[in-house]
Design a protein around this ligand. Structure first.
Ligand SMILES: Cc1ncc(COP(=O)(O)O)c(C=O)c1O
Length: 376
């Protein structure tokens, strides 16, 4: 009865773990959930107040499908000033979460049989969207230090797009400019699109974020993805966006206008304030993530566990040297710590596990104690 499209994707491998974690928590077990991909800070109050004000002012009705003009303008200005990329409001669409922007962009550009390059490991949703579009995923392994990948060796006549995410989920890697330039050269030479997912751009501990769209020749080829979930602790508000050449944005707008219409009206008004407002809260959030990362690295170093050294986002990808699904299940059942199996993120990391340190220092300390006990 079900379509080929939906049969092409498996239910989320991570769902089973998080459902079990919730069940244990309901039973009163001391669960530490390090599987979640969301900041554990409240949304800044000035943003909450802006949403409330919008609702009180009656801004609760349908909006233009791509978003209210004020928001498209605010995003355009942000991209110009912070990222050095000149996308006009016509080149922008706001969506209910960055995830839906990714879905729309892939549905708009990938046909049956076309190939999309993903770096192994990559965030789970890219593969699912490509498969739903009927495309084929081509996994490219990373170099040993996770800062490079031999993408050029995997390009074929059918390659249409390269997707990458910096800072990366699950690696925490901030790709160096040399890698961005290499991707640019390949994309220009082979006439490819690049989807650049920049949702963690503000959560960086070392190095700086640079959008590949800002490199010569890339404005026309990049589908830049971003959103408010991670930067502003707004995962549940659902506000993301894409910037790309107009033809792509128009195609995405077709899907959006016939599906979800637009992101919630008052969320859009609050988003204008978020983007234009005082960004000083960010420093303390990033400082806190840095402290937690350092604590976790110290703990893993003591246990002799290998990991990809994270320079951004809030994930640690570590090699547990055993089947990752089994590890995650057993670690949860025995020590009540929820983590995400590396097998979910690609092909070559079946013994790796993703740990999110978007949780308290106390939980991180306790997790290291439980991990040591578990591994003994
Ligand atoms: C790399 C990456 N891109 C996009 C998203 C989706 O974010 P949103 O909440 O805006 O849909 C996530 C969320 O986990 C993510 O990790």
């Amino acid at each position: 009865m079900m379509s080929r499209r939906v049969n092409a994707v498996s239910p989320s491998a991570t769902l089973r773990i998080s459902e079990a974690a919730k069940r244990f928590r309901r039973e009163g077990k001391p669960v530490i959930d390090m599987s979640v991909g969301e900041p554990d800070f409240p949304t800044p109050s000035f943003i909450i107040e802006a949403a409330y004000r919008a609702m009180k002012e009656g801004k609760v009705f349908y909006t233009p499908s791509r978003g209210i003009p004020e928001l498209l303008e605010a995003i355009s200005e942000k991209l110009r000033e912070e990222n050095g990329v000149d996308f006009a409001p016509e080149n922008i669409i706001t969506t209910p979460g960055a995830k839906y922007a990714i879905f729309e962009a892939i549905m708009s550009t990938i046909d049956e049989g076309e190939e999309v390059i993903l770096l192994d490991p990559s965030w789970v949703t890219y593969e699912a969207c490509v498969l739903m579009a009927g495309g084929r995923v081509v996994w490219v392994p990373h170099s040993e230090d996770f800062t490079d990948a031999p993408v050029e060796e995997y390009i074929t006549q059918k390659t249409k797009m390269i997707i990458f995410n910096s800072p990366s989920n699950p690696l925490g890697v901030v790709y160096p400019n040399s890698f961005l330039k290499k991707l640019r050269d390949i994309a220009v030479d082979k006439d490819l699109l690049v989807m650049s997912d920049e949702v963690y751009e503000k959560i960086i501990f070392e190095g700086e974020h640079k959008s590949i769209a800002s490199l010569d020749g890339m404005l026309e080829r990049t589908i830049l993805i971003n959103g408010l979930s991670k930067t502003y602790s707004m995962t549940g508000w659902r506000l993301g966006y894409a910037a790309a050449r107009e033809e792509i944005i128009k195609a995405m707008a077709k899907i959006q206008s016939h599906s979800v219409s637009h992101p919630a009206s008052f969320v859009q008004y609050a988003a204008v304030e978020a983007i234009k407002g005082d960004q000083s809260f960010l420093k303390s959030m990033v400082d806190e993530f840095r402290t937690r990362r350092d604590m976790l690295m110290e703990g893993l170093d003591k246990l002799g566990i290998k990991y990809a050294p994270p320079k951004g986002a809030f994930y640690m990808f570590m090699d547990v040297r055993q089947d990752s699904m089994e590890f995650c299940q057993n670690f949860l059942e025995k020590e009540y710590v929820a983590t995400t199996p590396g097998a979910a993120f690609g092909k070559g990391y079946n013994t790796w596990v993703r740990v999110s340190y978007a949780t308290s220092r106390e939980n991180i300390r306790e997790m290291v104690v439980r991990l040591e006990r578990f591994l003994q």
